[in-house]
Design a protein around this ligand. Structure first.
Ligand SMILES: CC(=O)SCCNC(=O)CCNC(=O)[C@H](O)C(C)(C)COP(=O)(O)OP(=O)(O)OC[C@H]1O[C@@H](n2cnc3c(N)ncnc32)[C@H](O)[C@@H]1OP(=O)(O)O
Length: 435
């Protein structure tokens, strides 16, 4: 048995060692994994990088619960946190309907006192090494500014459609069967489970959609008064057919009165339906809300059907914005995980300066049923960087279009058309929400 004094000596030595270790970690300015008890300072550093506007207690607690500390990084200067980065645990739908593990890169911020010294670069280095070690073939993010992430191999792969529809002038014609859909107002929180079940049914149907870690769904219900922009609290309407919930819409209404009458606006937050008539019924509902004359929507699928139901697309004031950025972390595994809408058999000469393990020649052979992709020493058919592969990965950006910009080079005649058709998609990929 150890004497009490020896025990005290050992434990104080261990304590010294532990303190030294923490001090060493804090003195190195290398990114390191976040400890749970550092979360508040880490998160404050992030909020400050985004301007320092305070969040509601509810929002903060939700983000605390959603942070996987073991997947999060911080950089410390002495005892101050100066940079943050996190990674959600998503599964991303890819063409063909498979669900691929994807690191959802998020909460990236560097203190303004430490910007432009390579801190972000060091976090991206560590994070992509980690993602590779976790066996996730793809990393994804939404960018605060499009100029930031290309240097790390990310590229815009999905786009969202914004619209401001003059519902006072634009009429909507709906498909047969829409009248069979019943709508009812519900409390958004009380019917969360029913809405999530609808969402889950739509996830495999469109590349770019996300299966999310538990708890995430509560983000869609956050409704701080400070962020309503003068509009109502969040409202929710369910669509039902034959007693089954087949869709939902969440939205707000901003009332406005002018001398000439009402000028209210409906602001769509999210709308999901499992079939065309449920979606059409929800769009018709939004178009018809009394005392409103416009409908504002953001980040909808580029090919969403409502555009073919309206009488005047010009008065819908469409705009397109970049949405999901994709980075292939393991080129072979990522390209094997999706299918190709027409047979493709090409050798890709890939350049990847930031993740050199991807560089070199890969033979991709695939069709609508599946694909194999492995190293080869055969002559290359197409030369491109990992960014072009990320852009084209979900079928939303054409390889031929990238070739037009000089970013894909065809080395075997015919290879570009073959790959461009194979990589394409019948449905536009879409990210349903930011993260
Ligand atoms: C997924 C997300 O979370 S997106 C959110 C990103 N965060 C924000 O927008 C919050 C506010 N901004 C910041 O916190 C920081 O400015 C960051 C994170 C964007 C950049 O961090 P820094 O540590 O300054 O970046 P770092 O010094 O590593 O820069 C690396 C390169 O990117 C460039 N760069 C960095 N930020 C930007 C930018 N916003 N626009 C254009 N280029 C940029 C740098 O000039 C540098 O270029 P170089 O390699 O040619 O010299």
């Amino acid at each position: 048995m150890r004497s009490e004094a020896a025990g005290r000596a050992t434990s104080s030595a261990a304590g010294r060692q532990g303190r030294r270790k923490v001090r060493d970690m804090r003195e190195s300015r290398e990114p390191r994994v976040l400890h749970r008890d550092e979360w508040d300072e880490w998160y404050d550093t992030l909020l400050r990088a985004f301007g320092g506007v305070e969040e509601s207690a509810e929002e903060r607690e939700l983000f605390r619960a959603l942070t996987s500390c073991e997947r999060s990084l911080g950089v410390w200067d002495g005892d101050r946190c100066v940079a943050t980065a996190g990674a959600y645990d998503f599964r991303l739908t890819v063409p063909g309907g498979a669900s691929v593990p994807a690191a959802g890169v998020t909460m990236v911020g560097v203190s303004a006192t430490h910007r432009r010294r390579g801190v972000l670069t060091s976090m991206m280095r560590r994070q992509l090494d980690d993602v590779r070690a976790w066996g996730e073939p793809v990393a994804i993010l939404t960018a605060s500014e499009p100029d930031i992430y290309g240097r790390f191999g990310y590229a815009a792969a999905t786009f969202g459609l914004h619209a401001e529809i003059d519902t006072g002038r634009v009429r909507l014609s709906v498909p047969a069967g829409t009248d069979d859909v019943r709508l009812r107002y519900v409390d958004p929180g009380a019917e969360l489970e029913a809405c999530e079940a609808v969402y889950a049914r739509t996830v495999p149907a469109r590349a770019g959609m996300l299966a999310r870690q538990a708890g995430w769904e509560r983000l869609g219900l956050l409704d701080p008064a400070s962020e309503r922009g003068g509009a109502s609290p969040l409202q929710c309407v369910l669509a039902e057919r034959d007693g089954e919930v087949t869709g939902y819409v969440r939205f707000r209404v901003r009332s406005e009165w002018r001398d000439s009458g009402h000028n209210g606006q409906v602001r769509l937050q999210d709308l999901t339906g499992v079939d065309p008539v449920s979606e059409a019924a929800l769009w018709r509902f939004l178009f018809g809300i009394d005392l409103t004359s416009s409908l504002k929507v953001r980040g909808r699928p580029l090919d969403e059907a409502w555009q073919h139901l309206v009488s005047d697309i010009r008065r819908c004031e469409l705009r397109v914005r970049d949405s999901l950025y994709v980075r292939l972390v393991d080129v072979g595994a990522a390209l094997e995980a999706r299918t190709y809408q027409a047979p493709v058999d090409v050798v890709l000469q890939v350049e990847d300066a930031f993740c050199p393990w991807n560089s070199g020649r890969w033979r991709l052979s695939g069709d609508a049923k599946g694909a194999v992709c492995g190293r080869t020493s055969d002559a290359a058919d197409l030369a491109l960087s990992v960014r072009e592969l990320g852009a084209a990965y979900l079928g939303g950006v054409g390889l031929a279009s990238l070739a037009g910009a000089g970013r894909v080079r065809e080395l075997r005649p015919g290879a570009l058309a073959e790959a461009a058709v194979g990589f394409g998609a019948t449905t536009a990929p879409w990210l349903p929400h930011g993260f």
